[in-house]
Design a protein around this ligand. Structure first.
Ligand code: GLN
Length: 489
């Protein structure tokens, strides 16, 4: 049998329910694995042994009284260090928040705690979620468990690496422009960004508030559906949270996909997609056809401008959101001559290069003379992209594409070239701009490294996205596990 730390969360849950395992044994297995591989992977910023211990103690007490401690109990989870956790420092991988200890839990954490959350650590990430490689972390880069010389993707790279390496059974990430799906793709995992407003952003440290969503990173589609179920739903504490009811995601997996239409946006299959990635993605189209789906090319012409629009809108929102880190209320303060000097010293020292780059880009785009030329234009493009999706979904049930144009790249390869780094997000950004749900499913290996298949859905139609993802996963029968030649097998 596979080691416990590599099992799907739902399987471990069944074993716990059948009393074939105890929460303590699971935690022990995962913990030993962390001790073994973490020095090489660096998936965590803060290991939360005490919180995990306490959760397990609670769970065992419940079991012994014949009570079910909940669907997340005894299933060690990595939580991206952008989600506020009461009493546990939440750094966003930034020096400026190095010692910030929130006094409240994010809503998703609160909900998961009610379901028995066993949090094993706060996962590494790009500083303030800005990046696609987890190299922009004050706490050093995370390495890809498949090949330690490569990046795990980002910005939720620590979450993905933890799950791929067996340092957690599942994880939470956040996705503003691909930060759940791209690392899931690079690490051979399932990652989903829900519809904007499905999951509360309360307690999620804001990067670009009109784009940010929390979502699962898991080993299989079923785990993804289970975790999604636990975090979705209306939250009065988030004014953008949707009032819609939450369907039963698990029940939706088994439904038939026969007769459904999948559109392939031409704009996401062209130049820049690595030949190996393209080949595997195209072979998945055939699998979908064998399942009775119709796969056809569609065009969303304004996707060609999605990256440009995103890299105006996201920095603009970030420049405003990050204004709060001024040395007064949060974290780091560097004293100066007067209060203005204190602000600028604090921010100069506290933020890394990429964060400063975004703040400057965003401030520039929003400044009086340039607002119309940049920010307003970008918003118009955003509206056109929403229209493109609406038209495509009149014909199609889902849209499909690669998740990332390439497999995981080498550490350092794109650090000096921000544009090359930004190009990593070309396939993932469009749904963030349109607020739509999308998933990445592992679909094969190119040069020994995982490739992700992206399925995008209509607004609030996670059910169809998950159903197609599950059908594809079952039909492919592809299980991705790193080995020890270059990674941590
Ligand atoms: N890589 C993109 C960026 O740097 C997306 C990040 C994210 O989704 N948080 O902005």
């Amino acid at each position: 049998m596979e080691p416990i730390y590599l099992l799907e969360a739902w399987k471990v849950r069944e074993m716990l329910l059948r009393r074939e395992l105890t929460p303590r044994e699971v935690l022990q297995a995962v913990w030993e694995r962390v001790r073994e591989v973490e020095p090489r992977v660096n998936a965590y910023i803060t290991e939360t042994w005490d919180a995990a211990e306490e959760a397990v103690r609670e769970a065992e007490k419940d079991w012994s009284q014949g009570k079910d401690p909940g669907p997340a109990a005894g299933l060690p989870m990595a939580v991206k260090d952008i989600l506020c956790t009461r009493g546990i420092r939440t750094t966003c991988a930034s020096l400026i928040l190095e010692n910030f200890v929130p006094v409240y839990d994010a809503t998703v954490i609160e909900r998961l705690k009610a379901a028995g959350l066993t949090m094993i650590g706060k996962a590494n990430m790009d500083e303030f979620a800005m990046g696609s490689s987890t190299e922009n972390s004050y706490f050093g880069p995370t390495r890809n468990p498949w090949d330690l010389g490569r990046v795990p993707g980002g910005s939720s790279g620590g979450s993905a690496a933890a799950v791929a390496a067996g340092e957690a059974l599942w994880a939470l990430g956040s996705d503003t422009g691909g930060s759940i799906r791209q690392p899931a793709s690079f690490c051979g995992l399932v990652g989903m960004k829900p519809t904007y407003g499905r999951v509360s952003r309360y307690g999620l440290v804001a990067f670009a508030s009109s784009l940010d969503q929390v979502g699962p990173i898991t080993r299989c589609v079923k785990d993804c559906a289970l975790l999604l179920q636990l975090i979705c739903g209306h939250d009065p504490k988030d004014s953008t949270s949707l009032p819609e009811g939450v369907p039963d995601f698990l029940a939706s997996l088994e439904g038939d996909v026969r007769g459904m239409r999948a559109g392939v946006p031409r704009e996401l299959m062209g130049e820049g997609i690595a030949p190996g990635v393209k080949r595997i993605v195209v072979s998945c189209f055939e699998v979908l056809e064998d399942l009775g789906m119709k796969v056809e090319e569609v065009s969303l012409p304004h996707l060609d401008y999605a990256l440009d629009a995103y890299y105006i809108i996201a920095p603009a929102e970030a420049s405003s959101n990050l204004a709060r880190y001024d040395g007064v209320r949060y974290g780091l303060r560097v004293e100066g001559e007067d209060v203005l000097d204190m602000y600028s010293r604090t921010r100069a020292r506290g933020f890394g290069d990429e964060v400063k780059r975004r703040i400057m880009l965003g401030t520039y785009a929003l400044s009086a003379g340039y607002y119309e030329a940049y920010y307003a234009q970008a918003q118009k493009i955003r509206t056109l992209i929403i229209g493109d999706f609406r038209r495509a979904f009149e014909r199609c049930d889902v849209l499909v594409s690669p998740t990332s144009p390439t497999v995981a790249f080498r550490l350092g390869e794109r650090l000096e070239d921000p544009l090359a780094m930004y190009m990593s997000d070309i396939c993932t950004i469009p749904v963030n701009l349109a607020g739509l749900p999308a998933i990445s499913v592992p679909c094969g290996l190119d040069q020994g490294l995982p490739v992700g298949f992206q399925i995008m859905g209509k607004l609030l139609d996670e059910v169809t996205v998950l159903r197609v993802a599950y059908a594809l996963e079952q039909a492919l029968g592809f299980r991705a596990r790193p080995d020890s030649s270059k990674g941590v097998g």
